[in-house]
Design a binder for this molecule. Structure first.
Ligand code: PLP
Length: 427
């Protein structure tokens, strides 16, 4: 029953007209008629007319606890009043409290936290650390991966729309263990052989790292085939490399059954990267590793101006507390399972739904015009998304062919919200 304060700013059309001069057309183009968002409250967004939308995309899997969650807003405001910025070169309580709380959420010896402002920077740093630590250059990532948009991470990314043909050296892309589209179906160990081959034929036999998401997000919610990561981690370790888990989307309780996506495959990485959900929308990224690996940077004085900003880390600490206090991981599991079941039932009803997948509140629905040939239904995907927006539901799209709905709402989503999403899709 929240109603946002009146909005007196320019209309969407006025902003659109101006935007031609000041903003690239590549932004704000998600819908045929762009959406002007002026307020957010928990799982809802509001437009300039005060119209409410159920946000089932969560700011691209970022608003973990809900828009403008009061505890997080308070933490940000209180910290902002006291100290907005100093530098990670000095001690700061917000920074160290958050680092300690974050480290306590990770298994094994993953204890040392480095702060960044985004997932891209976190992955850049992780890959650099692996290269420094091992003295090797080669990195293996997966086809269909998305790891960021700077030179190194764009190299590790493997989807043509995110490749800008700039220099991206030293990365080899392995077969994607995609149970729906991959050549070995759901047999993770078979795909893992490809990594062994890449090490043998594409490198000197030694590698710096293997990096992967546990559930590919931008790539269209692709859960890696079971058994894949344990087998690959074994080959990588044998070749002297480190295993990097990119938890930018799949971490922080989103998958419900686990706090981190990699836990679903029973592995413990050497380096874990995260961003998105850990700040609930405030720019915050982190790399967590072991003291032994972290040593390579303490010897070199690594430094990042905004990384570890006290306002962002205060938000991060509040996020961890809210996840615990509101049992958001359990909720992601319960509501995610319910939503997935309802989506699977929808698949039985509509030929165009080729696959329903994912875990917790990280779900994907792939649309195909031919189930046998798995022909991507790109135009239909856009059409349904536009229609759902008109009905008051926002979802994302992804996949190399742009034909996968991505459902990654705030983790406070309810079963009624799940029903609203499915009913809007079922028209
Ligand atoms: N890694 C994954 C798995 C992502 O999904 C993303 C962004 O979508 C990134 C890295 C890059 O994060 P950022 O956009 O914060 O740089």
């Amino acid at each position: 029953d929240y109603s946002p304060p009146p909005y007196n700013g320019p209309s969407a059309d006025e902003i659109l007209a101006k935007r031609k001069d000041f903003l690239s057309p590549s932004v704000c183009n998600y819908y045929q008629k762009p959406l002007l968002v002026v307020d957010g409250k928990m799982q809802y967004l509001f437009d300039d007319k005060g119209r409410r939308y159920l946000d089932a995309f969560g700011g691209i899997a970022t608003v973990s606890c809900g828009h403008c969650h009061p505890d997080i807003v308070n933490a940000i405001v209180n910290q902002t009043k006291r100290l907005q910025h100093s530098t990670v070169l000095y001690l700061n309580q917000a920074v160290s409290d958050f680092a300690e709380a974050l480290a306590s959420k990770l298994p094994g010896n993953l204890k040392v936290v480095f702060f960044t402002n985004s997932g891209t920077e976190a992955n850049e740093l992780a890959m650099m650390m692996a290269r420094l630590y091992t003295g090797c250059h080669d990195i293996i990532s997966l086809r269909n991966a998305y790891h960021g948009n700077a030179a190194g991470t764009m190299g590790a990314t493997a989807q043509s729309i995110w490749k800008f043909n700039v220099i991206q050296s030293g990365v080899h892309h392995a077969l994607n263990p995609d149970p729906y589209r991959g050549i070995f179906g759901a047999d993770g160990e078979k795909y893992a052989k490809d990594v062994e081959n890449l090490i043998e034929f594409g490198t000197s036999g030694q590698v710096a790292a293997f990096i992967s998401e546990a559930i590919q997000g931008v790539g269209g919610i692709v859960e890696l085939a079971p058994g894949y990561l344990p087998a690959v981690y074994k080959s990588i370790k044998k070749a002297g490399g480190l295993c990097i888990a990119d938890e930018v989307q799949s971490g922080l309780a989103r998958t419900g059954s686990f706090f981190w996506g990699f836990e679903s495959q029973g592995v413990v990485p050497d380096i874990v990267t995260m961003a998105k959900g850990i700040g609930n929308g405030i720019p915050l990224g982190a790399v967590v590793t072991t003291p032994e690996i972290a040593e390579v940077l303490t010897r070199r004085s690594y430094f990042n101006t905004f990384g570890g900003n006290p306002v962002c880390t205060a938000a991060g600490l509040a996020v961890l507390r809210v996840i615990e206090k509101e049992k958001l991981q359990e909720n992601a599991h319960v509501v995610g399972t319910y939503l997935k079941d309802r989506l699977i039932a929808l698949k039985d009803k509509y030929e165009i739904i080729g696959d329903v997948r994912g875990r917790g509140l990280m779900l994907g629905v792939e649309l195909v015009t031919d189930r046998e040939l798995k022909t991507p239904a790109k135009a239909e995907t856009l059409h349904v998304m536009d229609h759902m927006k008109d009905l008051g539901v926002l979802i994302g799209k992804g996949g190399s062919y742009g034909n996968v709905f991505r459902i990654t709402p705030p983790l406070c989503f309810t079963k009624e919200d799940a029903d609203f999403v499915v009913d809007a899709m079922d028209y």
